[in-house]
Design a binder for this molecule. Structure first.
Ligand code: NAD
Length: 316
C-alpha cells in the first residue's frame, strides 16, 4: 500500500487472551481481518466473529495493508517476524507492521531496523488494560516508531484502545510498557498486603477497599482485581508466567541503564517465587497467595491449582 492509502486488510497473528478480542474488535470496526494462531480454536472463533482464517503466517499476511502481531514473548516475536515463513519476508514494501506483544526494547529495535531496511513501516505498540481492556476496546497503547507511521496506524489503534500515545522511536513503546509492569506488580503486591492486613484486623474488606478506592490509595489494580482477590479467584487474566517475563525485561533494561530499582527487585523476586512454586498459570493477583504462604496461611504449593477458580477464602 502507499503510505497515504486507507487501511482495509489487516492480518492478525496470535489470537490468544488479548489477540482474540482485539482481532474481533477490528472486524467490528469494519476491517477485513485474517487471523493466524498456533492452535485452531481461536482461528475458528475469529471466523465466527466475521473474520477469515489463514493456514500460515505467509497466508495471513498476503495482500495485507497492515499486520498486527500479539504473541507471548521475544522468541515468538522473532520467529513470527524473521522466520522463513515470517512477516518481514512476506509483506509488500509500505506495509504497516505493528507488534503489540510485550517484549524487550532491544528486540523491537531489531525488528524496526530490519523492517525499515525492507521499506516496511514498523511500530512497537504494547498495551495495558488486560483481557477486559481488550474486550472493551479501552486499552492503553504505548507506541514506538516513526511519527508518520504512528499517524497512519491511528485508525487501527482507535478500534482497540482509548489512551493511545506515541512515546518515541523504535523500542520506546516497550520501555514504557516495562515501566507499566513495574508499577502493576508493585501495586498488586501492596493491595494484597493491605487486604491481608485488613482481614487479620477483622475489618470488612469490601467496605475497606471501597473507601480506599476513593482516596489516594485507589488504583486500577484495586478497582479491577480487588473483588476477585477478596474471593481468592486467581483465574487469568494476565498469567504470572507473562509477568515474570516482563519483570525480566524491567530488570535487564534497568541494569543496562545502570539503575537500581529496589522495590522493583523485590516485586520481581515475589513474582518469580510464585512461579517457582508451580503457579505460573495463575493470574498475577495470585501474588496474594504467595503472601499468604509467607505468612503460613495458604495451602501447600501443590494444592494451588485449585485457585485458578473461585475456591472461597483461605482462613486468615
Ligand atoms: P496468550 O498466551 O493467551 O496468547 C498468545 C497467542 O499467540 C497464543 O494463542 C499462541 O498460540 C499464539 N502464538 C504463539 N506463537 C505463535 C506463532 N509463531 N504464530 C502464530 N501464533 C502464535 O497470551 P496473551 O495473554 O494474549 O498475551 C500476548 C502478549 O500481550 C504478551 O506479550 C503479553 O505479555 C501481552 N499482554 C497481555 C495482557 C493480558 O492481560 N493477558 C495484558 C497486556 C499485555
Amino acid at each position: 500500500m502507499s503510505t497515504n492509502a486507507t487501511i482495509s486488510k489487516v492480518a492478525f497473528i496470535g489470537l490468544g487472551i488479548m489477540g482474540g478480542p482485539m482481532a474481533a474488535n477490528l472486524v467490528k470496526a469494519g476491517y477485513e481481518v485474517t487471523g493466524f494462531n498456533l492452535t485452531q480454536p481461536p482461528i475458528d472463533a475469529l471466523v465466527a466473529a466475521g473474520g477469515k482464517g489463514a493456514t500460515s503466517i505467509a497466508d495471513a499476511v498476503a495482500g495485507a495493508d497492515a499486520v498486527i502481531t500479539m504473541v507471548p514473548a521475544d522468541p515468538q516475536v522473532e520467529a513470527v517476524m524473521f522466520g522463513a515463513d515470517g512477516v518481514l519476508d512476506n509483506v509488500a514494501p509500505g506495509t504497516l507492521v505493528i507488534d503489540m506483544s510485550s517484549i524487550k526494547p532491544s528486540t523491537s529495535i531489531a525488528v524496526g531496523t530490519a523492517g525499515a531496511a525492507k521499506g516496511l513501516r514498523v511500530l512497537d505498540a504494547p498495551v495495558s488494560g488486560g483481557e477486559a481492556g481488550a474486550i472493551e476496546a479501552v486499552l492503553s497503547i504505548m507506541v514506538g516508531g516513526e511519527a508518520a507511521d504512528f499517524a497512519a496506524a491511528q485508525p487501527l489503534f482507535d478500534a482497540l484502545g482509548k489512551t493511545i500515545v506515541h512515546v518515541g522511536p523504535y523500542g520506546a513503546g516497550q520501555t514504557v510498557k516495562a515501566a507499566n509492569q513495574l508499577i502493576v506488580a508493585g501495586n498488586i503486591q501492596l493491595v494484597a498486603e493491605a487486604l491481608l492486613f485488613l482481614e487479620r484486623a477483622g475489618v470488612d474488606t469490601e467496605a475497606g477497599l471501597k473507601v480506599l478506592g476513593g482516596g489516594l490509595a485507589g488504583s486500577t489494580v484495586m478497582a479491577r482485581k480487588g473483588d476477585s482477590m477478596r474471593d481468592r479467584n486467581f483465574k487469568p487474566g494476565f498469567r504470572i508466567d507473562l509477568h515474570h517475563k516482563d519483570m525480566g525485561i524491567v530488570s535487564e533494561a534497568a541494569r543496562e541503564l545502570g539503575l537500581v530499582l529496589p522495590f522493583g527487585a523485590l516485586a520481581t523476586t515475589l513474582v518469580a517465587a510464585l512461579r517457582a512454586q508451580g503457579d505460573g498459570d495463575l493470574d498475577h493477583s495470585g501474588l496474594l497467595l504467595g503472601l499468604e504462604r509467607l505468612n503460613g496461611l495458604a495451602d501447600s504449593p501443590s494444592d494451588s491449582a485449585a485457585n485458578t477458580g473461585n475456591t472461597g477464602k483461605v482462613n486468615a
